[in-house]
Design a protein around this ligand. Structure first.
Ligand code: PLP
Length: 395
């Protein structure tokens, strides 16, 4: 048989971690990597955080799973906590980011159905967006690599250039019911939307009765130095998808919505066997206990500024390779002048894990618990990797 036991959909690299501690990963031979990828913005508390472990262990020994057919006190408490802390009035829990997006898109669709405007079934989305790998989420992006071989896909999204408010304004017609946007594009290359662009989308939504959906799967949960990126901008969405950091490594996501936006989500319209299970709720609460704290969020802002300035100071020493730094908080992108994927691969051999993104950007998404020593180590390792990077490696 030629096919591998693990369906060969990933180009896996040589790093094979079996253990994690704080900001480091270790393989079976004890080889160590500084983890500035954090499972792609998932391990917000680093690896093996005692508070998260304790909460999961305790809950696993008490009650792991119940059906959503029953009352769910842990889920109720967690939903109330999120409602109290955000723009939202209601929450649906999922097991992943893509599922949170599925719920967001369904919530938007059902809102217009309930409002008697089912013809507003289309949504505006933006080029190079990444919203997940399900059929619905790949159908709302223009990224060819995600769609290739899966077409025909439903045609329910009008994809516009990210940041182009004029194009968004011109694209609104009677078929548009919502706008879906990552306030800060992650996979697309760490591109923060401008305040003007996101406020313009908010105004457009208000003017035409559209729902504004923020995909905060990557940029949410403390990464920007605010609990959610919408707070950084001071712009409220109607619906928001979150996942990744909210479970700190436990697979969980959520779709948050206002009462108005969720007007169509009545009994029977959506569901999930595992969504909102007590174990996942324990993980969310443990993560929020640590992250949703003013001093912790201030730490993220401070570490983000230090990491950024360290990278900026490094660039002139390797200006044949690096162009600039962009991003917010600890969601940073190092724009390269050549292939970022090759550099990320090379950096692994210098003991640091980074993530490549679109537009030849190296993503730095470290655990939010990093301190100055980790930043110094990261800059040293990236500098050493840059010094040893030859043009042939970029080819
Ligand atoms: N949305 C954004 C912005 C993401 O970055 C991702 C994952 O990288 C997703 C959605 C999909 O999340 P998941 O892989 O958990 O389905």
């Amino acid at each position: 048989m030629a096919i591998t036991a693990m369906m060969p959909v990933y180009g896996r690299c040589e790093v094979a971690p079996v253990r994690g501690e704080g900001c480091y990963l270790y393989d079976a031979d004890g080889k160590e990597w500084l983890d500035f990828a954090a499972g792609i913005a998932v391990n917000a508390l680093g690896h093996s955080h005692p508070h998260l472990i304790g909460a999961i262990q305790k809950q696993a020994a008490t009650l792991m799973h119940i059906s959503n057919l029953y009352g769910a006190p842990d889920q109720q408490r967690t939903a109330e906590r999120l409602v109290a802390r955000t723009f939202a009035d209601t929450v649906f829990f999922t097991n992943s980011g893509a599922e949170a997006l599925e719920c967001a898109i369904k919530t938007c669709r059902r809102h217009h159905f309930a409002a008697g405007t089912p013809e507003k079934f289309r949504i505006l989305t933006f080029s190079n967006a990444f919203h997940g790998r399900t059929m619905a989420t790949i159908s709302v992006t223009d990224q060819y690599k995600l769609r290739d071989g899966f077409e025909p896909l439903p045609d329910w999204a009008t994809v516009l250039p990210f940041g182009d408010l004029e194009a968004a304004t011109a694209a609104v017609d009677g078929s548009i019911g919502g706008i879906l946007v990552e306030p800060i594009q992650g996979e697309g290359g760490i591109r923060p939307g401008t305040h003007e662009f996101l406020q313009g989308l908010r105004d457009l939504a208000d003017k035409h009765g559209l729902l504004l959906i923020f995909d905060e799967v990557q940029c949410g949960v403390g990464r920007t130095g605010h609990l959610f990126a919408y707070e950084h901008y001071g712009i409220l969405p109607d619906i928001m998808s979150v996942a990744k950091g909210i479970g700190g490594g436990f697979p969980v996501g959520a779709c948050l919505a206002t009462e108005h936006a969720a007007s169509g989500m009545v009994v029977g319209t959506h569901g999930s066997t595992y969504g909102g299970n007590p174990l996942a709720m324990a993980a969310i609460n443990a993560s929020l206990d640590i992250i949703d704290d003013a001093a912790f969020l201030a730490h993220v802002t401070e570490m983000g500024a230090r990491l950024r300035s360290g990278l900026e100071q490094m660039i002139p020493n390797h200006d044949e390779l690096f162009d600039s730094v962009r991003g917010v908080g600890l969601m940073l992108g190092l724009k390269m002048k050549s292939d970022s994927r090759a550099f990320v691969g090379h950096a692994r051999s210098h003991g640091i894990l980074l993530v490549a993104a679109g537009d030849n950007v190296v993503r730095l998404l470290p655990p939010l618990i990093i301190d100055e020593t980790h930043i110094r180590e990261a800059i040293d390792k990236i500098s050493a990797a840059a010094a040893a990077f030859t043009p042939a490696m970029a080819a």
